[in-house]
Design a protein around this ligand. Structure first.
Ligand code: SF4
Length: 474
């Protein structure tokens, strides 16, 4: 399909969908200050939350002079709970000073916008197009993802997508492409479980890297389980975690490294619509911890594996359902200098013994962050990491022993490709360069391999240094 035809067809399609909040503010106010502020607020935030925060802030600060009178603390109170509200409050409190060279006006040049606090390329391009009507291509996660899944571009980062689109997209589409694809991406072609079954492009779409939502038929449906090391549940709540779960279509959503006691979690996190939730508690505050969101009430829930030295760190929760057990585990990190490798291997052995007893009774799945890449194919730089935690010989040997005992690494049951990772360091732009490790797994007992339908890594989902992994089984 030609790109122009795709965009024009989509423009008609999304005309009746809900309009993205920045478009609304741009049309309603025609005010560059409000468009800039709302765009800063909108990063990693649901549209409804951005709309509420913008309304509260603009009630007290309808222009840059009013904003200059608000303290950072007051701005934070007004914009909460947008994602990264602490940082955004800082940026907004610095904005009046930053706009002084422009006599308090928002500049209409890309380079000048990029110098303002909290303004990156995406925000600058959106302000140029929405507030000033200048031809600029704003590439956010939806534009980047949808252009790649259709193979209109083949890029790793939003910046590269913008560059590629500048070459192939006729200029009359530059301003509107963001609004069209954001609307489509929020409503139909969602990052998790896109609604391909009712999409007008269902037949033509190449669906590169896409796992469409499943419509469940009573009695014949498979079950979808997702596992994610969230690197702090309270932190990821601010990055759209609740939306991700609600839109995932998962029957069970397991999380690791929650880093919070259950009583420290917000009611919203504990009561996600359609799910029951269960959490462990490490003795040390802000450390380790796992949790499970499940649509079905489990028959039994067991916290820990009956060994205090591991259970004190809140590393395991087990759920029994009619047909299967789910063990959700956060394996210890061997740590720098392999300081904690003995502890880790002891944990691994204990968990292995524990899981064997379950598998004798019924299907048993183990999911979680195993903190080990099994083979060279499972990390970008195996040679350089041979002695490092997560790829040391003792850790890999344990994993081999575990797999050789018949447990199935579900992802490798379907995919033998290199370059498939679930964790990337926050440093050196590792994720955009795909310098990663596959250390998050769904493992199933040998007798239940025939129940597997699919196993994937959800690399389109952001918010942690890990991305989720998913399995579907009958
Ligand atoms: S068919 Fe699915 S993946 Fe393709 S555009 Fe439609 S919703 Fe997106």
């Amino acid at each position: 399909m030609k790109l122009e035809y795709f965009i024009e067809t989509l423009e008609e399609e999304v005309a009746n969908y809900h309009t993205p909040v920045i478009d609304l503010i741009a049309v309603q106010t025609r005010d560059p200050f409000k468009v800039l502020v709302a765009t800063i607020l909108s990063a990693r935030t649901k549209d409804e939350t951005t709309a509420g925060a913008s309304r509260r802030l603009f009630n007290e600060a309808s222009d840059i002079y009013d904003l200059a009178c608000l303290s950072e603390k007051r701005i934070r109170e007004l914009i909460r709970p947008v994602g990264f509200f602490n940082n955004k409050a800082k940026y907004l409190s610095r904005l009046p000073n930053a706009l002084k060279p422009y006599a308090g006006k928002v500049p209409d040049k890309l380079e000048q916008l990029l110098e303002l606090p909290g303004v990156g390329r995406k925000t600058a391009n959106l302000v140029l197009s929405m507030a000033f009507g200048k031809p600029a291509i704003c590439v956010d996660t939806h534009v980047h993802r949808i252009m790649n899944l259709w193979e209109f571009v083949n890029t790793k980062t939003p910046e590269a997508t913008e560059k590629a689109l500048r070459k192939i997209l006729p200029i009359q589409y530059w301003i509107k492409i963001n609004s069209i694809l954001v609307t489509f991406g929020q409503k139909r072609c969602k990052p998790v479980a896109p609604q391909c079954d009712i999409c007008l492009f269902e037949k033509d779409c190449p669906k590169i890297g896409v796992t469409p939502r499943q419509i469940k038929n009573e009695g014949t449906d498979s079950m979808k389980l997702i596992s994610w090391n969230v690197n702090g549940l309270r932190a990821i709540e601010k990055k759209g975690f609740i939306d991700i779960i609600e839109e995932s279509g998962a029957d069970i959503f397991a999380v690791q490294e929650t880093r919070a006691w259950p009583e420290q979690l917000s009611d919203e996190l504990k009561n996600i619509k359609g799910y029951l939730s269960y959490f462990t508690k490490a003795r040390k505050k802000g450390y380790s911890g796992v949790g499970v969101y499940t649509r079905k009430k489990p028959l039994n829930v067991n916290i820990g594996i009956g060994k205090d030295q591991f259970d004190d760190e809140g590393r395991v929760i087990t759920m029994e359902f009619t047909d299967f057990f789910l063990i959700n585990a956060y394996f210890p990190n061997a740590q720098h200098g392999l300081k904690r490798i003995d502890y880790k291997i002891e944990f691994n052995i204990a968990l292995f013994e524990y899981a064997k007893k379950m598998a004798d009774k019924k299907t048993t799945l183990i999911c979680g962050d195993f903190n080990v890449a099994h083979k060279a194919i499972d990390l970008a730089n195996p040679k350089a990491n041979e002695k490092n935690p997560g790829f040391s010989i003792r850790e890999r040997n344990w994993m081999s022993k575990f797999i050789n005992a018949g447990w199935v690494d579900t992802f490798r049951a379907f995919n033998q490709e290199p370059g498939q990772y679930s964790w990337w360091s926050y440093r050196f732009n590792a994720r955009s360069k795909n310098i990663g490790w596959r250390i998050d797994y769904f493992i199933v007992d040998a007798n239940s391999k025939s129940k597997l339908r699919k196993a994937t890594i959800l690399t389109d989902i952001f918010g942690s240094d890990h991305c989720p992994v998913q399995v579907e089984l009958l």
